[in-house]
Design a protein around this ligand. Structure first.
Ligand code: NDP
Ligand code: 2IT
Length: 451
């Protein structure tokens, strides 16, 4: 890289790190974008003059609040709530809510930052945000989850609205939590609106929203594979996670002819050498979404599978790796195993699941590699479709939504190809996604003046 550009990047990152001390996930997400867009931006002096990059890394607004609630034993509990409204240049703030004990300001800011570029890539008018709490839903009763959600929304409702900020689910927030959050929002505002997405079908939700992230991931990976004349047919696929994204990625990959070998949770992973089937997936849906059990129970039901406690699935050889659990879950040793196992593709379902050093190994070995902001954008894109249906007071069929989803994933792929094609004809999806997302947001910011 040009010395001038690398000096610019290091100077810029120095200031980001000193302004946001200790926020390592945020630094990581910013660095990746800045490394992609800095060389491009040098050709657009007006973006430099307007300090678009300096503005984009400063969230428009951050709300941090106390969330008090009472557990089933009558003990008072206190959690911390967040909403990071990162950027509203191209539409109302939009992004998920995460309930997980690891949630902190750095994680919220990295996710809101990533969301800004992801949402721009979807082609839909949505700004970027993220929210959540360090509340741990694991082991909590439905009543406890409801009381927590009601308390969380009792503050959050002031800051959101159908034309202001539209939250949705993420880790630890699924249909049950969105229901409790929506109920409390409706009650406080006395208004039935599309202020949350991921709603139940009977009360304003969109068909295919639950499936959309996992399905969209596979549609995107299909297009990546097609650039090398490959497909899912007959491929061995390893998936991490066993939640919303992992489940529907597994279902779609299987339906596209792949053998899905693994699923995981934070306690370990299961390896089924015979591959998942529709019947086994039905069991996983019941286990995870109804009984809220752990993935290790899979091997009691299907004894040909093995459970590996405390491990991640990446040392099992596969052709396609789909990390769908959480950030930084694919580290250097995992990437080395993925390469050694002969994989041809790693497409991210989770947000930032691969560490920067691991990305270098994956890219260096010539694998197809896509960042989550491109390949997992089907979830938020379908949230955007839910917003459209709510505004029109209509609902589309699953086929209609699926058609939109396929088209959007294909458009995102095309944008990555447009801005990320290397001289040798291969595609750098990181560069492509970052530049395509940045162009849209930066252009809108420049048009709207100094706000
Ligand atoms: P879920 O809560 O449904 O599932 C999360 C899964 O990941 C669980 O199996 C969970 O295991 C595992 N997991 C969570 N945290 C960790 C951790 N620290 N270490 C190991 N495993 C962990 O969440 P989603 O499926 O919705 O989200 C998964 C990823 O996809 C996240 O990165 C999210 O940001 C991203 N994403 C989600 C979208 C959506 O529409 N839901 C859209 C785009 C991206 P355990 O039960 O043990 O915690
Ligand atoms: O990370 C993500 O894109 C999501 N959790 C989905 C956000 C949304 O608004 O649907």
């Amino acid at each position: 890289m040009d010395k001038f550009i690398s000096n610019y990047i290091e100077g810029f990152m120095g200031s980001v790190v000193s302004r946001n001390p200790g926020e390592k996930e945020f630094h990581q997400a910013v660095r990746e974008v800045v490394e992609s867009v800095a060389p491009f931006m040098m050709d657009y002096p007006h973006l430099m003059d307007q300090k678009i990059l300096e503005r984009i890394v400063e969230p428009e607004r951050i709300i941090i609040f106390r969330v008090p609630w009472m557990d089933d034993r009558g003990e008072v509990q206190i959690n911390r709530g967040f909403r990071v409204q990162c950027n509203s240049a191209i539409g109302p703030y939009k992004g998920g809510i995460r309930f997980h004990p690891s949630v902190n300001l750095s994680i919220m800011k990295f996710l809101a930052f990533e969301q800004t570029f992801k949402n721009a890539l979807t082609t839909l008018p949505m700004g970027g945000a993220k929210g959540g709490s360090d509340f741990n839903p694991r082991g909590k009763s439905d009543a406890e989850v409801m009381r927590f959600c009601q308390s969380f929304m009792t503050e959050l409702f002031r800051h959101i609205g159908p034309n202001t900020d539209v939250p949705a689910g993420d880790i630890g927030v699924g249909g049950r939590e969105i229901g409790f959050l929506f109920g409390q929002y409706k009650r406080l505002r006395d208004e039935f609106s599309g202020t949350l997405t991921g709603k139940g079908i009977a009360w304003g939700g969109s068909l295919l929203r639950p499936e959309a992230t996992g399905y969209g991931l596979c549609y995107f990976a299909e297009q990546m594979l097609a650039t090398r004349g490959e497909s899912f047919e007959g491929k061995k696929v390893n998936i991490s996670g066993a939640g919303n994204v992992a489940q529907y990625a597994a279902q779609k990959a299987m339906r596209l002819g792949a053998k899905v070998q693994t699923l995981s949770d934070s306690d370990g992973f299961i390896y089924d050498p015979e591959g998942l089937t529709e019947e086994k997936m039905e069991y996983v849906f019941q286990l995870k979404n109804i009984r809220r059990g752990r993935i290790k129970e899979y091997v009691q039901k299907y004894p040909q599978a093995q459970y590996f406690p405390g491990e991640r699935p990446w040392r099992i050889p596969c052709d396609i790796a789909l990390p769908c659990a959480t950030q930084n879950e694919v580290e250097v040793a995992d990437a080395e195993n993925i390469v050694k196992g002969g994989a041809i593709c790693l497409a991210e379902g989770a947000n930032m699941p691969t560490t920067p050093e691991a990305i270098k190994i994956i890219q260096g070995a010539g694998l197809l590699y896509s960042p989550g902001k491109a390949s997992n954008a089907g979830g938020v894109a379908t949230s955007g479709l839910e917003m459209s249906q709510n505004s029109m007071r209509t609902s589309w069929t699953a086929e209609e939504v699926d058609q939109y989803l396929r088209r959007i994933m294909s458009d995102i792929h095309a944008a990555c190809v447009k801005y990320g094609t290397r001289e040798d004809g291969t595609v750098n999806y990181v560069k492509g996604a970052n530049i395509a997302g940045f162009i849209k947001v930066a252009g809108a910011m420049a048009d709207q003046g100094l706000v």
